[in-house]
Design a protein around this ligand. Structure first.
Ligand code: HEC
Length: 138
């Protein structure tokens, strides 16, 4: 009787230990996983929605076969300075929603079309474009 009780206590302690280990593991992965998923989704959408038809993002390994628009490499370094009062994220979203709101100097020959993308898709695309390239130190 005492022995059984002892082993019950032990397995109870083991279960608590496992639960704590699981919680710690979940807490450690939580902050990075969703961001990485959105970033990956943005990368896929950039290709699916046809952005790649005109734009390369060379520093992230995406090269257009018919580049006719600005390379969107290092967009995070210039996006915030494009339009007074618009933060980087807002500028990139506006570029997709209302491409004619701001015309990149030197790119007046071709008009960027307004493509059908949902709010969630624009979020993901902006997250992808504004993320530092792989291996960046900033
Ligand atoms: C038919 C070609 C074409 C397609 C397709 C296209 N774009 Fe563009 N895009 C352009 C051109 C041309 C410009 C530069 C003129 C301007 O500012 O509108 C531009 C400008 C931009 C800019 C501003 C860049 C800067 O340096 O400020 C962003 C951001 C952008 N596009 C994102 C996208 C995204 C995201 C998609 C897909 C949803 C896309 N574009 C699809 C032609 C295209």
């Amino acid at each position: 009787m005492t022995y059984t009780f002892g082993s019950l206590v032990l397995s109870g302690a083991a279960a608590v230990g496992l639960t704590i280990a699981t919680l710690v593991a979940l807490r450690n992965t939580a902050p990075t996983a969703p961001g990485a998923a959105v970033h990956e989704q943005g990368r896929t959408l950039f290709q699916q929605k046809g952005c790649i038809g005109c734009h390369s993002v060379t520093d992230k390994g995406l090269v257009s076969r018919t580049p006719m628009a600005p390379d969107l490499s290092a967009l995070g370094q210039r996006a915030a300075a494009r339009r007074p009062g618009l933060a980087a994220d807002a500028y990139v979203k506006e570029s997709v929603r209302q491409p004619q709101a701001y015309i990149v100097p030197g790119f007046t020959e071709i008009e960027m079309p307004t493509l059908p993308v949902s709010d969630a898709e624009v979020e993901a695309i902006a997250a992808f474009l504004l993320a530092p390239p792989p291996g960046a130190t900033r």
